[in-house]
Design a protein around this ligand. Structure first.
Ligand code: NI
Length: 186
């Protein structure tokens, strides 16, 4: 098990577009496992490779609540090929935007295809929190953060707050104080 460092916004590395993986080889599968460990440790419900400094189209998610059995998903090259017209609003958070939560609207249901950790093509229909987390993580692959979906006024406030915290805590590393493992951090 290896824990990876999560990049906190604002950071130019979070604004870049990630590239597809050719195939899910051993190194990719190891990265997926490390990302999942890092996500559980944070704790969060999703993590995208660009958040740990790897510009590849890889995400891991687990929407299970603390009292539920884990149901992790590891996805390479995820692609949404259908989404519902019906949208829903959830309060989102992000491990790269610690302690910040804002409501975001997204399609309520999606169908996604991807390569799993064994390089097998898979299709999945998702709704509710799972659909939200997958869409949130896939945004990271295109350099999009959840704050890019809210008003520029709110986004500016959040990014200024995070910049200030980064400056203040150069000496003492910020520690995530997230207690709840809700949609919180992805
Ligand atoms: Ni995120």
């Amino acid at each position: 098990m290896a824990l990876l460092d999560i990049i906190v916004a604002p950071d130019p590395r979070l604004k870049k577009k990630a590239v597809s993986v050719e195939s899910v080889d051993k190194a990719t599968a190891k990265l997926m496992a490390d990302m999942l460990d890092t996500m559980y440790e944070a704790p969060g419900v999703g993590l995208a490779a660009p958040q740990v400094g790897v510009l590849k189209r890889i995400i891991v998610v687990d929407p299970a609540q603390e009292d539920e059995k884990p149901r992790p998903l590891k996805m390479a090259n995820p692609e949404i090929f259908w989404s519902s017209e019906e949208v829903k609003e959830y309060e989102e958070g992000c491990l790269s935007l610690p302690e910040e939560y804002e409501p975001v609207q997204r399609p309520d249901r999606i169908k996604v295809r991807y390569l799993d950790e064994k390089n097998q093509p898979q299709e999945l229909e998702a709704d509710g929190i799972l659909a939200v987390v997958i869409q949130h993580e896939m945004d990271h692959l295109d350099g999009v953060l959840f704050v890019d979906h809210i008003s520029s006024l709110k986004r500016g406030m959040i990014l200024r707050r995070l910049t200030k915290i980064k400056k203040l805590s150069k000496a003492q590393k910020p520690k995530a104080t997230l207690k709840r493992r809700s949609l919180a951090s992805a």
